[in-house]
Design a protein around this ligand. Sequence first.
Ligand code: 4FV
Length: 236
Amino acid sequence: MKRFDVVTLFPEMFAALTQNGITGRAEDRGVYDLVCWNPREFATDPRKTIDDRPYGGGAGMVMMPAPLVNAIDAAKKRQLGSGVKASKTIYLSPQGRVLTQQLVEEMTSFDGLVLLSGRYEGVDERVIEERVDLEISIGDYVLSGGELPAMVLLDSLIRLLPGAVNHSESVIEESHSLGMLEYPHYTRPEVFKGRRVPDVLLSGHHDQIKHWRNEQSINRTRSRRPDLLEHDEPDS
Ligand code: 4FV
């Protein structure tokens, strides 16, 4: 079982992941468990303060180091206590390495992840220096919190875990894991608003279908995301 721990001021948000769809069913199946740690419960003052004004001035607030480090240490203690060997602590932030399918596949090797979801302007830099192994960004835009990025990361990871998806829901032949965009998908009816399903898909010729789909992926990738092809031109 994978162990996921999240340090967040909004633990209730993670019900979106654990109560729904493939990620919800995977938790029910014991593929992973997810525990949230609220830094407020690790605040050191009676008023449970977890944020303060930035040194050097400027707008907004910064998350204080102590409540975060205390929460991260509690999460790591839980992971160690439940037999986790390889655990990584990840801070979700726009300053991080941009998430790709390849990076997600690399992270399936860790049996434990501690995710730090920030709020306000971010966290005190010394938390990152002291406790963070890797910073990850889900994209070059600014959100109001790190909870949605943490769920994006967890969703993309959980669906790759053994036992998470049924064979009919295969994640194997996914174009993105091949560094390309997905071919178009069709289902019944054969004609919708006068638009027909491409004949090759109705032909039953699996080789021709596979070839057509590969062509579609290459053409779409070339026209929409040529940057994805920079690395290597897949052999047609
Ligand atoms: C973000 C991203 C992101 C920055 C300040 C939360 C916000 C606020 N995280 N990929 N893009 N985080 O915008 O990961 O605390």
